[in-house]
Design a binder for this molecule. Structure first.
Ligand SMILES: *Cc1c(COP(=O)(O)O)cnc(C)c1O
Length: 358
C-alpha cells in the first residue's frame, strides 16, 4: 500500500505537513486574527430572514452579481477594474498559482510571511523562493530586487500589512519592486481594515499589479469570501480556473447584506484598533517584553522562554500563536490577536503573572 501511495502521490505533496489548526475548545481564542465581535441583533435578524428564504435547491449565481456590485461600492474598487471572488483569499492564491505554474515557474515572497504562499506553491508545483525580511521585519528591497533579476519569478506575493509581523512595508520600496518586476505582483491586503494604507488606487498605474482582500479579518471569517481586483485582462484568465459555483448561496446572501451595513464592520474595526493601542502599550510595559509595531488586528512580541509561556497560557485557558523558532527572525516570538477588552485584560493579567514567576 505505502509503495503504491509513494508512486501515486507527488513527492512534494508527501513532504508537506497539513496546515495545522489547533483546537480552541473552551479557550479564549486569540490565535487566528478573527474579529471578536458578533453582528448586532438587528443585522442578525435581517440575515436570518434572508437565509430562511434562500433557494438552496438551486445552484448559486455563478457570477455573484449582487455581491460584486455591493463590494465594488463599499470597497471603492477603482473604475475599470474587475473583481474575482474566492472561497477565502486562500482559494484566490491557489487560482493564481495554477494559472501561472508553467514548468519551472517561480513564486517569490518574503519570510517570515504568510504560510499559505509556500503551501500553495507546492500544490501547484511552482518553485518557491523567499527573501528574509530585515531584523525589524522591514523589506530588504535590495535583496528583493536582486532576487527578481536573478530568478525572474512569474508571480510575487506580498502581504501588506505583513503576517505574522503586523507591519506595513515601505510604500516606495514596494513601488520599486512592482516597477522593476517582470512578474505579476499580488499585494495581499487581508489586514486592510486595520491599516490606513492601500495599493488599490495604484492599480491604474501598474499593469502588473493585483490587489487581494478578504472579509475574514473584517468579521466574516465563517463565510469564506476573498476577492482579487485588477485589470480585466488578467482576471479573465483566472476566471477560467475558478470553479463555477465556488461561492455558495448563503455566503453570497449574507455577505451582501453585511456589506450593505459596512459601517457596522468599520466601527468594529475601529474598536479593534483602539484596543490594539491599549494592548500594545500594556504589553510593552511588561518586563522583558519586546513589542513590534502593528497595523493589523494582532501584535507580534518577543519574550524570554516564549514556548513555555505559550504552553502555560494554554493551560490557563488562553490560546495565542507560538512562532518561536518557526523562522530565525522569530526566536522567542508570540503573536496575539486583538480580542474584546475583557479578553485582552485576561490575557495581560495571565501573561504578566507568568513573566513575574519566571
Ligand atoms: C488570513 C490571511 C489570509 C486568508 O484569508 P482567507 O480569506 O480567510 O482565506 C490571506 N492572507 C493573509 C496574509 C492572511 O493573514
Amino acid at each position: 500500500m505505502s509503495s503504491l501511495i509513494d508512486k501515486i502521490i507527488r513527492p512534494e505533496i508527501r513532504a508537506l505537513s497539513a496546515y495545522h489548526v489547533p483546537s480552541a475548545r473552551g479557550l479564549i481564542k486569540l490565535d487566528a486574527m478573527e474579529n471578536p465581535y458578533t453582528l448586532p441583533p438587528f443585522l442578525r435578524e435581517e440575515i436570518s430572514r434572508i437565509v430562511v428564504g434562500a433557494e438552496v435547491n438551486r445552484y448559486p449565481d455563478p457570477h455573484a452579481v449582487d455581491l460584486k456590485q455591493t463590494l465594488r461600492t463599499t470597497l471603492s474598487i477603482p473604475a475599470g477594474m474587475d473583481i474575482l471572488l474566492g472561497n477565502g483569499s486562500d482559494e484566490i492564491i491557489q487560482i493564481i498559482a495554477l494559472a501561472t505554474a508553467r514548468p519551472g515557474a517561480k513564486l517569490l515572497t518574503v519570510e517570515p510571511g504568510f504560510a499559505m504562499f509556500r503551501m500553495i506553491a507546492a500544490f501547484a508545483d511552482m518553485e518557491y523562493f523567499s527573501i528574509p525580511l530585515l531584523s525589524d521585519f522591514s523589506l530588504d528591497a535590495d535583496h528583493m530586487l536582486d532576487a527578481i533579476a536573478r530568478h525572474q519569478p512569474a508571480v510575487i506575493f506580498l502581504a501588506y500589512p505583513n503576517n505574522p509581523s503586523g507591519n506595513l512595508f515601505d510604500t516606495e520600496a514596494l513601488c520599486q519592486i512592482i516597477e522593476a518586476s517582470p512578474a505579476l505582483v499580488v499585494i495581499d491586503e487581508a489586514y486592510h481594515p486595520f491599516a490606513d494604507k492601500t495599493f488599490l488606487d495604484k492599480l491604474p498605474d501598474y499593469p502588473n499589479l493585483l490587489v487581494m482582500r478578504t472579509l475574514s479579518k473584517l468579521g466574516l471569517a465563517g463565510l469564506r469570501l476573498g476577492l482579487l481586483t485588477g485589470n480585466p485582462e488578467w482576471l479573465v484568465h483566472f476566471e477560467k480556473i475558478r470553479l463555477p459555483y465556488n461561492i455558495g448561496i448563503i455566503t453570497q446572501l449574507v455577505a451582501t447584506k453585511a456589506m450593505q451595513h459596512f459601517a457596522v464592520l468599520q466601527q468594529q474595526a475601529y474598536e479593534i484598533k483602539q484596543n490594539r493601542t491599549v494592548l500594545m502599550s500594556k504589553l510593552a510595559a511588561l518586563d522583558g517584553v519586546e513589542v513590534f509595531p502593528s497595523d493589523a488586528n494582532f501584535i507580534l512580541f518577543r519574550v524570554n522562554h516564549a514556548s513555555e509561556i505559550f504552553q502555560a497560557l494554554v493551560q490557563q485557558g488562553i490560546l495565542i500563536k507560538n512562532l518561536d523558532n518557526t523562522h530565525f527572525l522569530l526566536k522567542n516570538c508570540l503573536r496575539v490577536t486583538i480580542g474584546t477588552m475583557d479578553e485582552n485584560t485576561q490575557f495581560l493579567k495571565t501573561i504578566s503573572n507568568l513573566i513575574n514567576q519566571d
